[in-house]
Design a protein around this ligand. Structure first.
Ligand code: C2G
Length: 132
């Protein structure tokens, strides 16, 4: 069984996330998502709209996602890859090169981001719509 892993906040799920998850799943048989906890998000300087539990239940409802584990630190990736026998690590290419330290442990694939959509854009557009 070919195991794939990817990581992220996945807040306000949108087609950019779905495109990433679909392409990641297509690379193997079992897709694990390392979902950023609320504490880790503050380390990333991010504040998710939805809590970890809410974002987790949304992800678990997506057909491409087989398993969700918490992402608490930057450093846990190597142990995650070993613990879950991961074959391929996948991220959007805004992270190109940032995780190449994993190359001794698994294949690394950076996929093109979906252009024109992001959680930040959703929040900005909604704020502008509501504030006239
Ligand atoms: N993504 C994408 N296209 C978009 C938006 C996001 O392909 N338009 C991808 C990102 O490249 C990432 C995944 O969707 O691979 C999740 O995006 P975020 O939730 O923004 O995750 P991020 O904050 O980048 O956290 O340790 C890694 C970090 O946890 C990644």
């Amino acid at each position: 069984m070919k195991v794939i892993i990817t990581y992220g906040t996945f807040d306000l799920i949108h087609t950019g996330h779905i495109n990433l998850l679909r392409r990641a799943k297509k690379l193997g048989d079992h897709l694990i998502v390392g979902l950023s906890t609320d504490q880790f998000n503050s380390l990333k300087g991010k504040k998710a709209y939805y809590s970890f539990e809410q974002r987790k239940s949304v992800l678990e409802a997506i057909r491409y996602v087989d398993e969700v584990i918490p992402e608490n630190t930057w450093e846990q990736k190597i142990q995650d890859v070993q613990k879950h026998n991961v074959d391929v690590f996948v991220m959007g290419d805004d992270w190109e090169g940032k995780f190449d330290f994993l190359q001794d442990h698994c294949e690394i694939v950076y996929l093109p981001r979906t252009v024109g959509i992001s959680t930040t854009k959703i929040k900005t557009d909604l704020n502008q719509a509501n504030n006239g």
